[in-house]
Design a protein around this ligand. Structure first.
Ligand SMILES: Nc1ncnc2c1ncn2[C@@H]1O[C@H](COP(=O)(O)OP(=O)(O)OP(=O)(O)O)[C@@H](O)[C@H]1O
Ligand SMILES: [Mg+2]
Length: 381
């Protein structure tokens, strides 16, 4: 290096600090490349993060203008000396890269690289990428300077810190993706449990109204009234799901009254007899009430849609500080073990998640030919 030892150390230190200041992977990569080029006084620097298909997921350069970069064309493949750094994880220090037997040429707009220093960026056994420099600036024109052993050592230190910065940035991006995925899954469950159930009842009520219109206009009018109410409720549920509110009815009327009303609505909308019984249940913590309501909605929905039964009974009773919800039907039943977790069936998964999310427990008792009973216990406050 051309700096004295003290200023050299300061330069390294500020480069390392700059790397860890960024959270986005791309910014980290850019800082690493720019620092490496400056510290080792080279004309060009680059960093490539390989993908799984023989190419690069990311490739960042420093010392090349945008116009030049565009003219060079597509990103390099993993071949020749790049492949040696990535696949064998071996450092490469070459006086003239063009004379190396592995050199396979470059596109016409590519700058002419002569002396070359490249190192893998490793995290344990995993090679995260390759960091490399070319054309060390020589104090005397045309002098044969090239990269030294000291340069290689310094680049090694940079590469180690680059590995840490890169791993951190990846973790950060991953955690952000997870937050988004969790939010999507919450919304999907909410829409599934509350909104689609309301729409299902709405459709049935509208069909009933259509059948009654000629024969019994007065009753058709009543059904249409019901359609309007269900549509309003669906709109409320939708809004609540989007802004993460709990259903308004729970705050206004409490769990027991809310369940009773919903059961009455379903009883009217479907041909099966739907009943509700509540026994001495005290108010539960808000999250538990909401979970019980959602599970009841989905269990009712499943019973009415899949069971083919003539009776669906909902009971809610006190147990200790908490409560037990039971939704039973006298329909055809099913084998819970054959329902796969993944795929289109969200209901059973969602019910289990909601129960465990509030420290509760959910059991599904069903067998082909016998009805189904869903039981959920929540601990209370
Ligand atoms: N009460 C029930 N009676 C008979 N079969 C049921 C009952 N509840 C669930 N099933 C069966 O279990 C399957 C899975 O139910 P689940 O609620 O997970 O998904 P789904 O109702 O098919 O779809 P989604 O709830 O995502 O709209 C159903 O497709 C049905 O075959
Ligand atoms: Mg379902």
């Amino acid at each position: 290096m051309s700096h004295g030892p003290r200023s050299g150390l300061a330069a390294v230190s500020s480069a390392l600090l700059a790397m860890s200041r960024h959270l986005e992977v791309r910014d980290v990569l850019k800082t690493i490349v720019a620092s490496a080029r400056e510290l080792l006084d080279a004309q060009y620097a680059a960093l490539g993060v390989p993908d799984d298909h023989g190419g690069f997921a990311q490739f960042v350069v420093d010392g090349v203008s945008d116009a030049q970069w565009k003219a060079i064309g597509p990103l390099p493949r993993r071949h020749g000396i790049l492949a040696a750094m990535l696949d064998d994880a071996a450092p490469q220090r070459l006086a003239d890269v063009r004379r190396d037997p592995r050199f396979e040429g470059w596109p016409s707009a590519h700058p002419d690289l002569v002396d070359f220093l490249g190192l893998p960026i490793r995290d344990g056994d995993e090679v995260l990428g390759a960091l490399f420099l070319a054309n060390k600036n020589c104090p005397k024109p045309d002098g044969a300077c090239g990269f030294t052993e000291d340069d290689e050592e310094l680049l090694g230190i940079l590469a180690q810190h680059a590995a840490i910065a890169l791993t951190n940035a990846r973790l950060y991006e991953r955690s952000r993706e997870l937050t988004i995925a969790e939010e999507r899954s919450r919304l999907a469950h909410e829409l599934h449990d509350a909104v689609s159930q309301k729409l299902f009842s709405l459709r049935l009520t509208a069909q009933a109204a259509a059948r009654l219109v000629d024969r019994d206009p007065a009753r058709a009018k009543g059904e249409l009234q019901q359609v309007a109410e269900l549509a309003a409720e669906a709109a409320d549920e939708l809004r609540a799901a989007v802004v993460e509110l709990r259903p308004a009815a729970l705050d206004e009327d409490g769990l027991v009254a809310t369940l009773r009303t919903q059961v009455q609505v379903l009883d009217r909308a479907h041909s099966a007899r739907v009943t509700f019984t509540g026994h001495g249940v005290r108010a539960l913590p808000a999250a538990q009430e909401e979970a019980v309501l959602r599970v009841a909605q989905e269990a009712l929905h499943n019973a009415l849609r899949h069971s083919g039964g003539t009776h669906v009974d909902v009971t809610l009773e006190r147990r200790g500080n908490g409560a037990v919800l039971r939704v039973g039907d006298d329909g055809g039943g099913f084998d819970p073990h054959t329902v796969r977790r993944a795929g289109r069936h969200l209901g059973l998964v969602s019910m289990r998640d909601r129960a465990s999310g509030v420290g509760g427990r959910l059991t599904v008792e069903s067998a082909p030919g016998k009805g189904t009973t869903i039981e959920m216990e929540v601990p209370g406050g």
